[in-house]
Design a protein around this ligand. Structure first.
Ligand SMILES: [Zn+2]
Length: 85
């Protein structure tokens, strides 16, 4: 199961987010040599028990069609400790 684990920057508690909890949407597309490159982005916000809000933004690029060739995870308010997305 794909998931990502984020450690809160405030209290060090680790939160797990499963891939199915993230709604990905197409945010960009680009015509390239082998076809269309599509950028997907999913955002999720975690309200930690300590009161801190952790914002997670996961992007991935599909190119050529059907192939995930690059990904990026940005976290505000915490750090990524495990990422199997
Ligand atoms: Zn916390």
């Amino acid at each position: 199961m794909s998931h990502i684990k984020i450690q809160c920057a405030g209290c060090k508690k680790v939160h797990q987010i499963d891939a199915k909890e993230i709604d990905f949407e197409q945010v960009d597309s680009d015509e390239r040599q082998m076809g269309v490159e599509i950028t997907y982005e999913g955002n999720i916000e975690i309200q930690c028990d300590c009161g801190k809000t952790i914002e997670v933004s996961h992007l991935f690029w599909e190119y050529p069609e059907g192939v995930e060739n690059h990904q990026e995870t940005n976290v505000d308010g915490g750090i990524v400790v495990e990422n199997t997305l």
